[in-house]
Ligand binder design. Structure first.
Ligand code: 13P
Length: 253
């Protein structure tokens, strides 16, 4: 953790589930929240499940997020969803530049930066994902890749809008493998230095999440590392009890 930063535990549901399952998962999280966790909580369902998940969550303090948006405010962009539409639907955060979108849709740092600017303009918080592939790590390029992604993907008003950066090594996503604690800590130190240098006086307070095979059994160790201000959770966020167990692993302030 970073002193003075309230952690964020975010669930990225990716492209999973039915309407009924989305409602049941949100309801399971709502019902299981018997005390306020020491973190902000966020669930990011698929677009078409945002509404039922938000309705099932009711008044509980769990924010609703989306997994992408288009950089333009409106217009002839078949199949896309704008930041303004998401804000209008009650969305508070938008995940951007996930490695699956960078790989599946060829998203570049420049496009991610435009999307983040659109999210901020619509009054929401961008969660910008960065992370190296296994080949890049093996080649000793992990830190330079992540630095370049941070430099290219964050718009100028990112820190003032309380934007979040998530470090997700591509090879750790959905594989059950994670970097060593020392490797996570050293990457997050480097990320902290980069955002602090880029946004003087504000980057020190930017939330830096770790994502990639976070589960209840490794959450205490990961969330206890310096400059790890929360987690972006994929597979384990699809089970209410696992998501809540990860939230409960946040160290007390
Ligand atoms: P897993 O937790 O399933 O590895 O996914 C991580 C992720 O991609 C979250 O955005």
């Amino acid at each position: 953790m970073t002193p003075g930063i309230r952690p964020l535990i975010a669930g990225n549901w990716k492209m999973n589930g039915t309407l009924r399952e989305a409602a049941a998962l949100a309801e399971g999280i709502r019902a299981g929240l018997d005390r306020s966790p020491d973190a902000d909580l966020l669930i990011c369902p698929p677009f078409i499940h945002l509404h039922v998940a938000a309705a099932a969550m009711g008044w509980k303090p769990v924010a609703i997020g989306a997994q992408d948006c288009h950089p333009k405010a409106s217009g002839a962009h078949t199949g896309d969803v704008s930041a303004a539409m998401l804000a209008d639907a009650g969305v508070a955060y938008v995940i951007l530049g996930h490695s699956e979108r960078r790989a599946d849709h060829g998203e570049t740092d420049a496009l991610v930066q435009q999307k983040a600017a659109a999210v901020i303009a619509a009054g929401m918080v961008p969660v910008v994902c960065v992370g190296e592939t296994e080949a890049q790590r093996d080649a000793g390029e992990a830190e330079s890749v992540v630095s370049a992604q941070i430099a290219g993907s964050l718009p100028p008003d990112f820190a003032i809008a309380k934007g979040v950066v998530a470090y997700e090594p591509v090879w750790a996503i959905g594989t059950g493998r994670t970097p060593t604690e020392a490797d996570i800590a050293s990457m997050h130190d480097r990320m902290r230095a980069e955002v602090a240098a880029r946004f003087p006086g504000l980057g020190e307070g930017t939330r830096l999440l770790y994502g990639g095979s976070v589960k209840p059994s490794n959450a205490v160790a990961i969330l206890g590392l310096p400059n790890v201000d929360g987690a972006l959770v994929g597979g384990a966020s699809l089970k209410a009890e696992d998501f809540l167990a990860i939230a409960a692993a946040v160290p007390a302030p």
